[in-house]
Write a protein that binds this ligand. Structure first.
Ligand code: NDP
Length: 450
């Protein structure tokens, strides 16, 4: 046993920090974790979890409309924002409690307060000093808002979940995951919703066809999309904001949400004084085993800026605990990490986009299926579904799968397993479908589209 207070001191009780702490303690290490804000981090408090709850809420508006074609007569529905917001708050408090309990049960000491690294083996929290053989930084990320005049009028994903009054007119700036998800949420809940994106088409990095399809589907659902538009300044006061745009026009809004990316949360952590190196984006530099240039200090999750997804941070936390205190594990594999965008409709994606596959392989086949889902033959909804598979012709391996449609996020997880296992198109073709589902299209696309 070392002479330090702890074997491992973790700063940040988010997805990665909690996972690493619990696993390390389970493997016999003496572990402390400090947290100054959210038990469970961004995901539980101002990210994945509340976002998904609000996304469910927003889907109801279409469900009420769809029900009529199936014979249901539904009275004019009304949405009550405080009910959703406060029910969400209760659920998040419950989850915060569960996180606390899980750490306690695992034998991890939880210290409430902001940790600051004071040396290679020491951390200070609330004026008290602790020593540890190893320190793990798992402080996640923080919303980035560009330096536009009036930026203090903008909300970020940190505040949007708990706003007092429901927006009459919301403008969302950005074209990434958060922007399209919130545009779908607020449009679904009944706000006049505008999405402003500086480029030609949102979701840069996703499959081009999927991006275009989503833009069409979101417009059908009432989101007013303004591409090639950026904001030069915000003015006015909360609730009555004017946006001055780079095309010379002005827009007004009750709320403005900036979803323009997230940056590593490294401020005031004492990293400079400990000599921990950051990259040019401000992320902590690490080697394959999550070790910084200071050998006793490690980092993982969004603060190292690899892939900013909760399951990735969980995989990293699991790896590190086993690497340091168990029998070791292979380093996390970042290929074929599936993800979903909870826009309406959802996107589910795994592997290469068509554009990436064309660059990487000499010859590819692309299979596309585009259709009206069975449910909408009676619902009267004009929502459609797109699925595509990308195949490397030389090996017949499926190297990319993409979907836009109801429950794409649920569906793509199974496809991700197939890709991870190296499934060929012949394996997809020999898999018998489940009828009648949308998912069966993934195993019945026989003729290449291009
Ligand atoms: P993203 O990095 O996904 O997108 C940022 C967007 O903001 C891009 O469209 C970018 O445009 C735009 N942008 C960046 N800087 C500026 C600027 N100065 N002015 C105007 N626009 C700008 O970030 P998000 O904030 O949406 O999400 C952060 C991360 O969180 C995601 O990358 C994802 O990893 C994770 N996340 C995952 C979710 C999920 O799994 N469902 C849900 C939510 C978040 P451009 O493309 O032109 O650079």
């Amino acid at each position: 046993m070392s002479n330090f207070d702890y074997d491992l001191f973790v700063i940040g009780a988010g997805s990665g920090g909690v996972r690493a702490s619990r696993m390390a303690a389970g493997l016999g290490a003496r572990v402390a974790v400090c947290e100054d804000r959210y038990m469970g981090g961004t995901c539980v408090n101002v990210g994945c979890v509340p976002k998904k709850l609000y996304s469910y809420a927003a889907h109801f508006s279409h469900d009420f409309e769809d029900a009529a074609g199936f014979g249901w007569q539904v009275a004019e529905p009304h949405f009550h924002w405080p009910t959703l917001r406060d029910n969400k708050k209760k659920e998040i408090s419950r989850l915060n409690g569960i996180y606390r309990k899980m750490l306690g049960n695992a034998g991890v000491e939880l210290i409430d307060g902001r940790g600051q690294v004071t040396g290679p083996n020491s951390v200070e929290v609330n004026g008290q000093s602790y020593t540890a053989e190893r320190i793990l930084i798992a402080t996640g990320g923080w919303p980035f808002v560009p330096d536009v005049p009036g930026k203090e009028l903008a909300l970020t994903s940190n505040e949007i979940f708990d706003i007092e009054s429901f927006p009459s007119r919301i403008v969302i700036v950005g074209g990434g995951y958060i922007a399209v998800e919130f545009a779908s949420i607020f449009a679904g809940l009944g706000a006049e919703t505008h999405l402003l994106y500086r480029g030609d088409l949102f979701l840069r990095g996703f499959d081009q066809e999927i991006r275009e399809y989503l833009a069409t589907e979101m417009k059908k659902k009432g989101v007013q999309i303004h591409f090639n538009t950026d904001v030069e300044a915000l003015s006015g006061s909360p609730g009555k904001i004017t946006l001055s745009l780079d095309n010379g026009q002005e827009m007004s809004a009750s709320h403005v949400l900036y979803a323009t990316g997230r940056v590593p949360n490294t401020a005031k952590l004492g990293l400079e004084s400990a000599g921990v190196e950051l990259d040019d984006k401000g992320a902590i530099k690490i080697n394959d085993c999550f070790q910084t240039n200071v050998p006793s200090i490690y980092a993982l999750g969004d603060v190292v800026d690899r892939i900013q997804l909760t399951p990735v941070a969980l995989a990293e936390g699991t790896f590190l605990a086993h690497h340091l205190y168990g029998e070791g594990r292979p380093v996390p594999d970042y290929t074929n990490v599936a993800s979903a965008v909870f826009s309406h409709p959802n996107i589910g994606t795994v592997g290469l986009t068509e554009e990436q596959a064309r660059e990487k392989y000499a010859d590819i086949s692309v299979f596309v299926s585009e259709f009206k889902p069975m449910k909408h033959t009676l619902s009267g909804s004009d929502e459609r579904c797109l699925m595509k598979l990308i195949v490397d012709k030389a090996t017949d391996k499926v190297v990319g799968a993409h979907m836009i449609g109801a429950d794409a996020g649920e569906l793509i997880q199974g496809i991700a397993i197939a890709l991870k296992a190296g499934a060929t198109k012949a394996v997809f073709d020999s898999t018998i479908g489940i009828h009648p589902t949308s998912a069966e299209e993934f195993v019945t696309m026989r003729t290449a589209t291009r």
